[in-house]
Design a protein. Structure first.
Length: 560
């Protein structure tokens, strides 16, 4: 039995604890994560993944990974592969329990035949518009189809011919015969099977009819012996339908439990909207680092631990709410702070020549790789006569409290020396293109033996040893925290942030970065957290800014 003091007891966990105490299902805990392979997973799915796999781990149970692949026209093996990769990356293992709805197509078909023979299903020949007109509204009952009372024999014959591919798409539909006057619209003779003449990514062209999601979903849980079928609140109204399908064929009955989905500021979670962003090229693919997809977060430099910690922190409830994205970024910073290699990178370089430093001399300076982790050790950084610093670290006419370089001022170079600016070199347009400085050889390592202190510290890289890099600075994809609420008459894409990506070229980075693997977690001193992007090739390094150093959520919490 898990130690309940370690993790908060949310309402789903309370249900499971009670079920175990009552020996329900022989005290088994068997959950599942059932994505549809029609897109990439996003941060909202991560909450469900962590919940389902986490509960199974906590109660020594099992969790299946199962694909609801019932719509071949929208599904693709690419999505299957990406989902498998995402779940593994988050740190979860389904062992030998990888399943597909398509594994059960024959069983679904037999259930449909059973319902037809029991007079509980019929083949409807209304077209889509007519069915919509017959459905009714939230306040008005629906109307029965004129084909609702076909005989069992006629329904069996038509359904068999549908399966054999004798009809075109839309010609017929198998529907459940329930109650067209039900206050729950899901119970108004819902569709069970439709004709789809598309090749399925697993079964090929074997089937011409495919089960509807609502027909198949409960049966999948039943066939797999799921004890706790955990889903988001929008499926609460579908539960009576799942129950009806299961009860009418006498199958094993899982328990469905609904929880509130994750909503995040500055983010859209709709697969349809995310797919539009990809297909209409508002972003550069499903793994664009601005996307809330798990693939996008991974490429941006998020760690699986930070996402799992975030999902634990936000908890599980029944009430819909929106989480500030700053909380997710806080969890990321907390994790990266412990693991990121501290390095120096100059994003907007300004040349500095140290006039009294010996020409041709190179010294190796020792730098701590991560002050939060002694085991990370140290590394050697080359220092030479010509270095680069940030353009913003110099002002010719600085305001009060500017502690960087200006004519006559002295600063500390991180891991280097104290330097003093003697003059600035300008181009024909009056722009500063080089600083001439002197150094104090008694301050090696950035410390003064005479005890004097300077207020300003700058990062730098040796010009002789620096490697050119491209750095991509990412911001929120949308300008508003509520992009799902677009102004009247406008599409949600009107709220896209035109400054969500800034690409800097000609950046200068430490030579150690050339040998780091793609996906390495880095902190560019004073700049933020970064990761090495997969676009990096020999002669061209590319880095993505994962998140800035500023933690707004932590500051708000501390004030509270």
């Amino acid at each position: 039995m898990p130690d309940e003091e370690k993790k908060p007891v949310h309402f789903i966990k309370s249900i499971i604890l009670e079920d175990i105490a009552n020996n329900k299902n022989d005290a088994r805990v068997h959950t599942r994560f059932p994505p549809e392979p029609n897109g990439y997973l996003h941060i909202g799915h991560a909450k469900s993944i962590c919940l389902n796999f986490g509960l199974a781990q906590e109660f020594n149970g099992k969790c299946n990974l199962r694909f609801d692949d019932t719509n071949p026209s929208k599904e693709d093996q690419e999505y299957v592969d990406s989902i498998i990769e995402d779940v593994k990356w988050l740190g979860f293992d389904w062992e030998d329990r990888l399943f597909f709805a398509s594994d059960y197509f024959q069983q679904f078909y037999e259930y449909a035949i059973q319902l037809i023979k029991a007079g509980l299903a019929y083949v409807d020949s209304l077209n889509a518009d007519e069915i919509r007109q017959h459905r009714g509204t939230l306040t008005e009952p629906g109307k029965e189809s004129p084909y609702r009372n076909r005989s069992v024999e006629e329904n069996l014959d038509l359904f068999e011919r549908m399966k054999n591919g004798e009809f075109e798409e839309g010609a017929h539909l198998l529907r459940a015969k329930i109650d067209m006057a039900s206050p729950n619209i899901n119970m108004r003779d819902p569709a069970m099977y439709r004709i789809v003449k598309a090749s399925h990514h697993r079964t090929g062209n074997k089937w011409c009819i495919y089960p509807m999601y609502d027909f198949a979903h409960g049966y999948e849980d039943s066939i797999e012996g799921i004890t706790h079928s955990i889903c988001t609140l929008e499926f609460e109204d579908h539960r009576p339908l799942y129950d009806w399908f299961i009860e009418k064929v006498g199958a094993y009955h899982p328990q469905q439990i609904e929880f509130a989905r994750l909503n995040l500021t500055y983010t859209v979670m709709s697969k349809r909207k995310l797919k539009r962003l990809v297909e209409e090229k508002f972003v550069c693919g499903w793994d664009d680092p601005r996307m809330p997809t798990i693939a996008g977060l991974r490429r941006r430099g998020y760690t699986p631990e930070s996402i799992r910690n975030f999902c634990e922190m936000i908890g599980v409830g029944k009430s819909e709410s929106t989480i500030d994205i700053a909380m997710l970024e806080h969890c990321l910073r907390e994790d990266l702070n412990k693991r990121a290699l501290r390095v120096m990178a100059v994003l907007r370089p300004l040349k500095v020549t140290i006039t009294n430093y010996p020409e041709g001399q190179v010294e190796m300076m020792e730098a701590v790789n991560n002050p939060e982790d002694e085991s990370a050790g140290t590394r050697q950084i080359p220092f030479s006569r010509v270095i680069y610093i940030e353009q913003d670290d110099f002002m010719e006419n600085p305001p009060k409290n500017f502690f960087r370089l200006s004519p006559g001022s002295e600063i500390r170079l991180k891991h280097g020396y104290y330097i003093t600016c003697t003059s600035a070199v300008k181009d024909s347009d009056g722009n500063v293109v080089e600083l001439l400085c002197t150094y104090d050889p008694e301050t090696r390592g950035g410390w003064s033996e005479d005890g004097r202190k300077v207020k300003g510290t700058s990062h730098w890289v040796s010009a002789q040893h620096a490697i050119d890099a491209e750095v991509r600075l990412y911001d929120h994809l949308f300008t508003t925290p509520t992009p799902d609420v677009a102004p009247e008459g406008k599409d949600f894409t009107a709220l896209l942030n035109p400054d969500s990506l800034e690409v800097l070229t000609g950046c200068k980075v430490e030579p150690v970065l050339a040998d780091l693997p793609v996906g390495a977690y880095l902190q560019f001193l004073r700049q933020g957290y970064f990761t090495k992007d997969r676009d990096s090739v020999a002669g061209k390094l590319v880095f993505n800014r994962t998140v800035s150093l500023k933690d707004t959520w932590a500051k708000v919490q501390n004030k509270g």
